[in-house]
Design a protein around this ligand. Structure first.
Ligand code: GLP
Length: 255
């Protein structure tokens, strides 16, 4: 595991975008795993600045709400269209998001898992981390071997995501999420974390017990993980824990 510590959230985007750009340059039809939430947004913004030809790049989103009407502005399908596909000039036909409004969401989840495999797997998977240690919508208790499936959102997650809706009661109760087993099959995991409020859960995920009580602790089981954290989120990472964080100064990031 490599850990980069940068001054702020914008800088996490610069470092993550550099990693993504290198993948796309070496493989113009790379398969990117894209995430929603606030954490990865700086990476998409910074990657747009690289002005790469992204027209052949494929992408799979991590998760989607179940039951929002097609085109709902807070559906992850729409968020990915706005923040990723359009911003980066990608081909919409090559960018997949789970079909949260399918007649049979369980079947849609299975089909999605199969589609990732059929594409040859994910080259680099962007990730954020929830306050309870969730990855995608894998809440505490999710099996490390879990596949893409329909899940019930934790109340804490619904409360956290209420900021995107008019009220908490508008936040869907169910979702389709890639499983932890699905995510762990990506060849490279790229976790972006910013803010003091993530410091405790980041330290627990990287240095704590590997346990399904903390889904993000599954990162410790993967061979190729890059963590890009800002100073605030990295504040509780223990020196001498085996993974030595590399501090990247502001001048080197250029923001
Ligand atoms: C959301 C998403 C996750 C995301 C997490 C943290 O519910 N489903 O994929 O990583 O919560 O979000 P944020 O980056 O906004 O803190």
């Amino acid at each position: 595991m490599e850990i980069f510590v940068v001054p702020d959230a914008a800088a996490t985007g610069v470092v993550a975008a550099g990693i993504l750009a290198a993948v796309v340059r070496s493989k113009p039809d790379a398969v990117l795993g894209v995430a929603t939430g606030g954490s990865p947004l700086p990476a998409y913004q910074a990657l747009a600045g690289h002005r790469l030809d992204m027209s052949g790049v494929r992408a799979f989103a991590l998760d989607e709400y179940v039951g929002l009407p097609a085109g709902h502005p807070q559906s992850y399908g729409e968020v990915v269209r706005r923040e990723v596909t359009e911003r980066l000039g990608m081909d919409p036909a090559l960018v997949r998001v789970p079909a949260g409004n399918a007649a049979d969401p369980g079947q849609a989840a299975e089909d999605y898992d199969a589609a990732i495999r059929a594409a040859g797997g994910v080259d680099v998977q962007l990730l954020g981390i929830g306050h309870n240690g969730h990855l995608a919508f894998n809440e505490p208790g999710s099996a490390f071997s879990s596949r893409t499936r329909v899940e019930v959102l934790a109340e804490r997650t619904r409360a956290a995501n209420a900021r995107y809706f008019t009220s908490e009661s508008d936040v869907p109760r169910r979702c389709i999420t890639q499983g932890l087993g699905t995510i762990l099959e990506a060849r490279h995991l790229l976790l972006m974390v910013a803010g003091t409020d993530k410091a405790g859960i980041l330290a627990r995920a990287l240095h704590g017990e590997v346990s399904e009580d903390c889904p993000a602790s599954a990162l410790q089981l993967h061979q190729h993980v890059t963590v890009v954290a800002d100073e605030a989120a990295a504040a509780l990472l223990a020196p001498g824990s085996g993974q030595v964080p590399v501090r990247v100064p502001r001048e080197a990031v250029g923001v």
